[in-house]
Design a protein around this ligand. Sequence first.
Ligand SMILES: Cc1cc2nc3c(=O)[nH]c(=O)nc-3n(C[C@H](O)[C@H](O)[C@H](O)COP(=O)(O)OP(=O)(O)OC[C@H]3O[C@@H](n4cnc5c(N)ncnc54)[C@H](O)[C@@H]3O)c2cc1C
Ligand code: FES
Length: 254
Amino acid sequence: MSMRQEYKAKIVSKEYLNEDTLFFVLECPDIAAAAVPGQFVNISCDKFLKRPFGIASADKDKGTVSVGVKIIGEGTKNLSELEAGDIVDILGPLGNGFDIESYDSYILAGGGTGVFPLNFAYETLTAMGKEVATVFGFRDRSQVIMEKDGHVITTDAGDYGIKGTVIAGLDSLELKGNPCVLVVGPTPMMRGVGEWARSLGLKCFVSTEQHMACGVGICLVCVCRVKSDNPEEEYKHVRCCKDGPVFDYEEVIL
Ligand SMILES: Cc1cc2nc3c(=O)[nH]c(=O)nc-3n(C[C@H](O)[C@H](O)[C@H](O)COP(=O)(O)OP(=O)(O)OC[C@H]3O[C@@H](n4cnc5c(N)ncnc54)[C@H](O)[C@@H]3O)c2cc1C
Ligand code: FES
């Protein structure tokens, strides 16, 4: 569960993964100790609002958390200009996180910056001894990041890994048992993977990346819709930052 605390965190290291995406390791022992995969942190930049980033890794022993940052606009550009030793304000861990307990095996499917929270899920689930298959999809070879031994990589251009979308990668898996599918990426990709999972009768959870402001459930900037249990209403509004960002694919309206 979120502890919703704000800390000062020192940047331990900063590394470019490709021309517009960086990986930061931050010193923040409390967040490292409390974080579960699928949760996110809000990090300060030189703009008014903090920006949300999925936790890409957490090392309880070293007291560090890592995030991947793709440069999108001014806030992420400012973050990219920070250096090791600089201090940021960091709020977290935020959100609900994935259910990593209830299943023996998992399929992680991601694209874009979704590979970051899934990296944390991969590290945690493998450390728990669970069976994990990972499929990451990218535009082309130059975009491939966070690849680990055994990961299935797909590229639209076909210049690396399997040619096609993550669905081609998922189709290449030898399915055993009833794995739970966790998916983070652009909405069309999450829908595609959600439908793939549904066609096979597999449970699927998606992590929504709605625009956010407060990140802690107050401002309602991030609302999305989930199916309602009430027969009088088709759906109800929930806050992605607090009630999510992880939702059951069968419940959330993407
Ligand atoms: C739960 C969650 C997890 C995320 N994880 C990552 C991650 O691991 N790595 C990563 O690079 N990016 C991630 N993002 C997207 C990232 O927050 C945005 O790219 C970033 O906020 C853009 O800020 P900006 O100032 O550069 O761009 P601007 O476009 O100037 O942003 C202006 C405002 O819009 C919001 N905003 C813009 N794009 C997004 C977006 N895609 N999602 C949500 N809010 C947005 C910003 O927070 C800000 O309030 C995540 C977003 C959410 C909601
Ligand atoms: S971002 Fe403010 S309620 Fe979710």
